[in-house]
Design a protein around this ligand. Sequence first.
Ligand code: NAD
Length: 476
Amino acid sequence: MTIYPAHYINGQWAKAQSAETLPVHDSSTEEVMATVPAGTAQEAERAVLAARAAFEGWSTLPVETRAAYLDKVAAGLKARSDEMAMAIAREVGMPLKMAKTVQVGGPTWHWGNFAKVARNFEWEKKVGNSLVVREAIGVVGCITPWNFPLSQITLKIAPALVAGCTVVLKPSEIAPVNAMILAEIIHEAGLPPGVFNLVNGMGPVVGEVLATHAEVDMVSFTGSTRAGKRVSELASQSVKRVALELGGKSASVILADADFEAAVKGTISACMLNSGQTCSAHTRMLVPASRYDEVKALAKIAIAKFSIGPSLDETSRLGPLVSANQRERVLGFIRTGIAEGADVIAGGADAPAMDKGYFVQPTILGIKSTDTLAREEIFGPVLVVIPYKDEEEAVAIANSTIYGLGGGVWSGSDEHAMKVARRIRTGQVDINGGPFNGNAPFGGYKQSGNGRENGVYGFEEFLEFKSLQLQPAAVA
Ligand code: NAD
C-alpha cells in the first residue's frame, strides 16, 4: 500500500495539515491500495494563492518555453507509462492492456498535441484598426472525476498551462493515484513553483474553494450533472468562466439499411468500454421495431465475448466497477428496469461468479422509451435496446433526454447516417462507428455541459480576447 502524505503546492510536496486520509481501493480485489490526505479549505486556499502569485511570470513566458515544458511532461509520462497503467487498472478497474492504450497512451499524446496547438496558434490578429490579442484567462481550478482520470486531468491542465494559465487541480478522491504520479512527473519537468498545484480531498471541501475563491478566474469541471450545477451556482457569485463536462445518455441509432451485425457489435463495444463508466458511452441502442428479434439474437452473440475478470488478468475484457457504491447504484438501476418489465436479453442483477471485486454482469435490457432506464445515466455495463417505428420517432427518442453528449448513427450510406446525425442534439455523433478524434471538439449540448475539450477547441477555452484599438495609421 502506498501512503501519500502530502499535497503539491507552490512547487513542493506540502505535508498535509489534517491526519485524515482517504482510502483508494483496488476495484478488483477491494483492498486499500493507497491513501491520500483529505485536504482542507486552507490548503486549497494556499494553492490558489500560489497559483495567483505565479501567474504573471508564467503567462508572460514565450509560448515556446511553455510548450517545451509540455513536451517534457509527455516524455515523463511515456517513461512511466507501465506504472501509470498499473495504477489506473487497479484504482479504476479497466483491464491493464486497454488501460495502457486508452488511459495512458491517449493523455500522453494530448500533452504533446497541446504543445503543437499552442505553437501553431494565431495569438494576434488585426481587425480593422484593432489588434485582437489572445491572453491566458488566469488561475484555473480543475475538478476531475475517476473514470478516465488522467485523461480528464490532461484535457484541462495541459491546454491551460500552455495557454499561460496557472492551475490548481483537485483530482477525484476515488482514483487519485494517477494524479500523484503525474504531479511527480510535472515536478521533475521543473515547472516554476506555483504554476501547477494539486490538493487532494472531497468535492464539498476542496472543490468548493476552487469554485468560490475570488482569485480563481475559471473553473473547469468534469463529473456528474448534479455536482456541475453546484459548481456553476457557486462560481456565479464571482462571475467566473465555467467549463462543464457532465453526464450523458447517448443513443446509437441503427437505421433499417444498416449492416446490423456490425452496428450491434459496434454499439455494444461503445457501451461497454470501461465497464460502461464512460460519459459518452452509447447506452441506448435504438432499433427498428420490426427487427427487434434479429437485434436480440445478434446482441446475445456479441455480449458473450465480454468476459469479466480482474483488471490485471490478461483474459479479462471487462473489469469491475470502480467502487462498491457504484456497483450498488448500477444494480439498483438493473432491478428498476426489470421491475418496470424489461426484456432481459443478457446479464441481470445477480452477482457474477467472482469472490471479490466490484463486478456487475454485462447486461442488455429491452425497454420502452418511456421507462426510467431510457432517461437515467446508469454508468455501468448496461445497454438498453429501444424499438422505434420510423426515423422520425428514432430522432425524437434520441433527443428525448436532458443530456446531449454523444451518439452514433449506423446506415448503409454515410450520407443517410449524416442526415439523421445532423438532427441529433449532441456534441458528437459517430457515423458507422467512426473512431474518436483527439483534435475534434468533445463536449455536450443541453445538460451534458458547456464548452469543449480536445485540440485547438479545448485550448481556446482557457484564453481571453483583448482588443487594442489603434489609430488607423498605426495599423495600415
Ligand atoms: P462527481 O460529480 O461525483 O465527482 C466529480 C468531481 O467533482 C470529483 O472530483 C468530486 O470530488 C467533485 N465534487 C463533488 N461534489 C462537488 C462539489 N459540491 N463542489 C466541487 N466539486 C465537487 O462525478 P464522478 O462520480 O466522479 O464521475 C462520474 C460522472 O462524471 C458521470 O456522471 C459522468 O457522466 C461524468 N463524466 C463526464 C465526462 C464528460 O466529459 N462529459 C467525462 C467523465 C465523466
